[in-house]
Each structure stands twice: as C-alpha cells, then as structure tokens.
Design a binder for this molecule. Structure first.
Ligand SMILES: [Zn+2]
Length: 475
C-alpha cells in the first residue's frame, strides 16, 4: 500500500503487515522479468532482524533495533484502537482523537509537539484505520530523548491538553478532511466498498473518518473517556529503529514511559460473531470520475488466516502487469483503461478485490471478464511460472519494507503486535514460498460468491438500476 498506492485513497490509512496489504496498481510499462535471486546464505540473510523486545511493568511493549548504516531515527507508536472499537453515536472518534494528540499535553502545551519535532530536524505523521491508530516520527538519531519525552507525555498526560477549543477546532478540521476526501477522484470507493461488503453491525461497516452527525457531537468528556479507555500502555507497542545503543534506548524508554499508569486490559470484539451478507450486494456509485469501474469484492482472509498467503499470491497472478491474467485484457483491449487485484487483510476480516475500468459506460463486459478470470483460477491451478513470478515480486516487496528505518520500524511493531515476534517478515516469506498452485486454486474456490459488486460511474453517465441494485453513498 505504502509503496504502490491504491487507486482508492484510504482515509489516512496505511495498512498492517506488508503481507496483509499486498495491493498493487497496474504497471503501465511492461516489466522485465528479473533474473533468479542468488541463493540466500545464513550470513547474508536479507530478512535478518536483530531486534530486542521488552515489556515494561505497565504492559507497554517496546521493540528496538540498531541499524548502523543510517543517521536516521525512526519511532513508531501503535495504539490498539480503531474505528472498529467505536460505539454507536461515536463514529469517527478514534480518528478525531488522533488529531487531538497533536494539540498539546501536560508538559508540552499547545503546538509544542510539532515545534519540538521539527526543531530537531524531524518529521511526523499519524494515521487511523479500522484496527489501529499509529504515530510515526523520523528524526536525526540525536533526537531520541526528545521524542521519548513527547510520546510518553501525550500517552500518559494528554488529558490536560484536551480543551473545548481543541476539540472544536479538530471537529472542523475533520469535517473538512471528510469533504475533501470524498471530493477526490475515487475518494468514496473504499468506504462504500467496506459498507457493502460488511453488513450493518460489522465493525468494518462504517467509515474511519466517521459520520458528520457523530463527529459534530464530540465533546471534551467523550475524548477524555476515550483516552482513558484505550490509550493504555498495555494497548501500545512502541518501536525505535536507528543508529542507537540498544541498552541505552531501552533504559531511556523505560525511564520516560514507566510512570504512565495502566488501567487493565481493553475489551475486544469476538471475530466469531461478525455478521455476513448471504447474497451479493450490488450497487452503483455515481461520482466525479471520467471512466466506469467495476469492483468485485469477496469476503477474503483476515491476517493470519490459513488462506492469506495463497490469496496474496493469487492477486499477483491476476494483476501485476503484462502477462498476468486480468491485466492481459488491459493490454489487449483499447477500451480498458485500468485494472487491479488485491488481497487485503485486516485483523478481523479481509477483502479479495478485483477491478477493471473502461472509458465506455458499459459495466457488464467488465464484470464478465472479472468473473471469468477468477472462476478460471478457481477451477485450474496456475502454472509454476506464474507462481514463481508472483513469489519473486512479493519477495522484493517484503525486502523493500525492511530497507528504510522509517518503514522497518513499522514492520517490527506490526510483527510484535500481530505475531509476537519481530522477525515475522521471514515467516511471511516462508508462507509465500510454501504456497502451491493447488493452494491458489483452492483458496480462490473457497471465496464463493462475491460479497459485493460495485459500479463507479460518471455522474452524467451512470447506468440505470437493474433489479436488486441500488445507488450507494458513504454513510
Ligand atoms: Zn485526519
């Protein structure tokens, strides 16, 4: 996702493990098939991670790794709360809260956070998804002490900085963000797909950005209660990667964070109880687009589902440039203007998504091609050559995610929180390697009928509604 961009812009989302998010836009240039990778020896193991993980007495998990080849320090703080955790009447609170984290804390009032980070030569950002809220800083290695102070202060002593004025300002900012996001080309696709694929009552049904009514009704009290409930050390994983001394980094992290109190475990949703549609939801989104896109989306694999790796491989066999099965239609047919396939896993659920776009306002041929290619892959295993090409590509992407400290720290944090092991990229690669042609077909066959078929069409040219179809908009 980070590296190769979704056509549907996600609301401030980066997704989880790279393996969980291997989406890929169509390559418009033919890709040279790269030569086989050299054999990997233990000494040159490119997946090697030398991280240390410690848990403080208050439950905060910390993962640190020293990388000598950089002057950069990257810090990533994950909080285990996202829009899935919001109660009715509070849709959008996780994301609004992300904004409030930049509005000042007890010992770093006002915009001190931003001033001190940029003053140290650093950059920061944050994002909220259905599953998590994360805060990310990159700065020169010397800024460690400053960053630990700032992060521990807003984790443990934020409440003082959450004022009426800050909440009111950020409500306006978020409402504007929602408007701008939805006004962007294909800016509604993601939220509408989530809404269609996951029925009402499913924690992924509603948009991360929230509903206008709920966002406008947020108060200081709601925000403070939210912080107390979810911003607990035991619900946080902090990662630090850079040219740092490990003992020193752990000692300083403990010093800054150990006075943050923990209120005990956070209640979680039981994924067994998730509601499902029995039939394919069919909808039309009339929007400010030039071309017509058809999405087919299946209820796919959650993170660590046994089919996750096979579905990721399948998505690359379907759409990864010239010669892949759905993209082939793009290269052959002048009226097809874009094409994509992705397997996309989140903590509770996932989507397997394919799409085609055309400059002709006729969605039916697009749907037919997509259904045909997916059905073919379900009924007959792909060739070894197809599988090999997909594996090689995925291996490259996994290795890329370990290259820069800024990406690597996020991978380590995700590995620790989802797999309990900072070394999980290697495990992910082993899972990809183990996928057989028969596994790919079987996983696709298990998808069954699509959960949703969405047509995104130009407002001026939207197709008429067929039976069982409705116009859709974000909630
Ligand atoms: Zn935002």
């Amino acid at each position: 996702m980070r590296a190769w961009g979704l056509r549907m812009p996600l609301p401030e989302a980066s997704l989880l493990l790279l393996l969980a998010t291997l989406g890929h836009a169509l390559a418009t240039e033919p890709e040279a098939v790269t030569a086989a990778e050299p054999a990997v020896t233990a000494a040159s193991d490119p997946f090697a991670v030398h991280a240390r993980v410690v848990t403080l007495d208050n439950g905060l998990r910390v993962v640190v790794e020293r990388i000598d080849r950089t002057d950069e320090l990257a810090l990533h703080l994950h909080v285990g709360v996202g829009s899935r955790d919001e109660e009715p009447g509070q849709y959008g609170l996780a994301h609004l809260f992300e904004h409030l984290m930049f509005e000042g804390s007890e010992h770093a009032r006002g915009n001190a956070y931003d001033t001190l980070v940029t003053g140290a030569g650093g950059e920061n950002n944050a994002f909220t998804t259905e599953d998590e809220t994360a805060y990310h800083v990159v700065a020169p290695s010397g800024a460690l002490e400053r960053l630990l102070f700032l992060e521990s202060d807003r984790l443990g002593f934020l409440s003082a900085g959450v004022t009426e004025e800050a909440v009111k300002n950020q409500i306006d900012v978020v409402i504007q963000e929602r408007e701008q996001g939805y006004a962007a080309v294909h800016g509604k696709d993601y939220d509408v797909l989530q809404q269609m694929v996951y029925p009402q009552g499913h924690p992924y049904h509603r948009p991360v950005i929230g509903t206008v009514d709920d966002v406008e009704a947020f108060t200081v009290d709601k925000a403070r209660a939210f912080h107390r409930r979810y911003y607990q050390p035991s619900n946080v994983v902090l990662g630090v990667v850079g040219n740092i001394d490990l003992d020193h980094a752990i000692e300083r992290t403990a010093w800054w964070f150990s006075d943050v109190p923990d209120q005990g475990p956070v209640a979680r949703i039981d994924p067994e109880d998730l509601p499902r549609h029995g039939t394919t939801q069919r909808g039309i989104l009339a929007d400010n687009v030039d071309d017509t896109t058809v999405y087919l989306s299946w209820d796919g694999a959650a993170i660590n589902d046994p089919d996750e790796a096979a579905l990721v491989v399948a998505s690359f066999i379907l759409s990864d440039g010239r010669g892949t099965r759905i993209d082939r239609h793009y290269y052959k047919k002048g009226w097809i203007t874009d094409s994509d396939a992705r397997s996309w896993s989140q903590e509770l659920d996932g989507q397997f998504l394919v799409s085609l776009t055309s400059d002709k306002p006729k969605p039916k041929p697009l749907e037919r091609i997509l259904r045909k290619e997916v059905a073919k892959l379900a009924s007959k295993p792909p060739s070894e050559a197809e599988l090999d090409r997909a594996r090689r590509k995925i291996r490259g992407l996994l290795l890329d995610s370990l290259e820069r400290p800024a990406d690597r720290v996020e991978v380590l944090v995700d590995c620790v929180r989802l797999d309990g092991d900072p070394d999980c990229t290697r495990t992910d690669w082993a899972r990809i390697q183990a996928v057989t042609p028969a596994d790919v077909s079987a996983a696709i066959a298990r998808l069954g009928e699509p959960a949703a078929m969405l047509i995104v069409a130009p407002t001026s040219d939207a197709p008429a509604l067929d039976e069982g179809m409705s116009y859709v908009e974000p909630m």
